[in-house]
Design a binder for this molecule. Structure first.
Ligand code: GLC
Length: 424
């Protein structure tokens, strides 16, 4: 089967994930309904009070664009089953809450206006739909009447709903660049390709939007052409991920802290420094980063998210050419100590991201010695001298094939300093 178009994706490298739904109100994880084993009746209190009166998607799009993000992926429906758009197939949607409007359409428009590409996350799980069979991940898994509750349920009917909603999402919002189904857990008391009717879904998606980039969570990993991007979450790969012996297109999705949905009391937020390094780490292994924000129930990015996006944007403003269009460096350029390398094959430049500032000299082994024509610090285009004087070199006894850069004594104050190497 025809694959989606990932050519723009491997260039753009950096996107915004948005997890927004009713769970923004309890504000204690998007799995709260599951964790606290809530019934639909109990969860209804959030539906009745969902009123994002401060929602201004243009502000969201501006924050993402200023951070250097080039695309976004939003939860059109998460596991709780609540839909942000005016779906004709359910009443469980934003238009029936105090929000009283389709929240998805203006978001899509606002991000497009800023030049960002559009991705839809859609949950395969649905903890609200009456035909979704209660399984080991369902909020009612331990309910004493579980078997009885399941008696009237017909998973086929749910699969038809899933199919119909996918069709809505891919026909009512113009060109969609990414579709992010989430997720499969086949086996004992779980769900997989038969429960979702994944092959049928796949055909529909490829027919309606042939260029679309599809993630890898439909439980079709072994079907050729059934997925375009591998999606490790909450973990950084140690090297470029490989499937069947070949490196694949991949994207890590990561949170500021731990929760994807807005979590008021979670205080373990990563710093700008750590987040920038994570982005660099992805690109240095040929991948993308999809960084998540969980907006509040009032409809805003909270101050912690905004300050981090702004900090990342400060760095991106001066260093984005070490990210866009870049990938892993060729093997003849080994990564020096305490660094990451990214490489732009079009402009033929290598970027040395220096995670720990060395004492005066940075030593580059391998092909660097023969191939580098010029070096500069990227943030201010100030020349970095190549080579080392004989007296320093004599004390190291280094190999002749080492290119040594002489760095300023004081580390530049940017989040991660980068040396740009122009190759011959
Ligand atoms: C998971 C979680 C979920 C989150 C997603 C993002 O599978 O269930 O809450 O949306 O990962 O990758």
């Amino acid at each position: 089967m025809q694959k989606g178009d990932t050519s723009w994706f491997v260039h753009d490298r950096f996107g915004l994930f948005i997890h927004w739904g009713l769970y923004a109100l309890p504000a204690r994880h998007e799995w709260v309904k599951n964790y606290e084993r809530m019934t639909d009746e109990e969860y209804q209190r959030y539906f009745e009070r969902f009123d994002p009166d401060l929602y201004n998607p243009d502000e969201w799009a501006a924050a993402a664009a200023n951070a250097g993000m080039k695309y976004f992926v939003v939860t059109t429906k998460h596991h709780e089953g609540f839909c942000l758009w005016d779906s004709k197939l359910t009443d469980y949607k934003a238009t029936n809450t105090p929000a009283k409007r389709d929240l998805l359409k203006p978001m899509v428009e606002a991000f497009r206006r800023r030049g960002l590409r559009v991705g839809f996350y859609y949950s395969l799980l649905d903890w609200h739909h009456p035909h979704f069979i209660i399984d080991k991940l369902h909020p009612l898994r331990d309910h004493p009447d579980r078997a009885k509750l399941n008696r009237g349920r017909d998973q086929r009917k749910y699969a038809a709903y899933l199919y119909g909603q996918t069709r809505e999402l891919l026909t009512q919002f113009g060109k969609i660049d990414i579709l992010w189904f989430d997720f499969s857990y086949p086996g004992e008391d779980g769900k997989g390709r038969d429960d979702w009717q994944s092959l049928k879904l796949l055909k529909l998606v490829r027919k309606l939007q042939p260029h679309i980039i599809l993630d890898d969570r439909l439980d079709l990993m072994d079907v050729p052409g059934a997925w375009d991007v591998k999606t490790p979450e909450q973990v950084q790969p140690r090297s470029w991920p490989v499937v069947d012996g070949k490196p694949v297109v991949w994207e890590a999705c990561q949170t500021f802290s731990g929760s994807w949905g807005y979590h008021r009391d979670e205080m373990t937020w990563r710093s700008v420094d750590e987040l920038v390094r994570t982005l660099i780490d992805c690109v240095s292994k040929g991948g993308n980063l999809l960084l998540n924000v969980g907006p509040t129930g009032r409809g805003e990015f909270d101050e912690r998210a905004l300050s981090r996006l702004a900090g990342i944007g400060e760095w991106m403003k001066r260093h984005n050419r070490a990210i866009y269009g870049c990938t892993q460096a060729p093997p003849e350029f080994p990564c020096p100590q305490d660094c990451r390398l990214t490489y732009n094959p079009q402009t033929n430049r290598i970027y040395v991201h220096i995670f720990a500032w060395p004492y005066k000299h940075l030593h580059l082994d391998g092909a660097f010695a023969d191939r580098v024509a010029y070096a500069q610090l990227l943030h201010d285009a100030s020349e970095v001298k190549m080579g080392m004087d004989a007296w320093h070199a004599s004390q190291l006894g280094g190999s002749e094939r080492t290119l040594t850069l002489t760095l300023p004594a004081v580390r530049p104050t940017v989040t991660v300093p980068v040396v740009e190497l122009f190759l011959k």
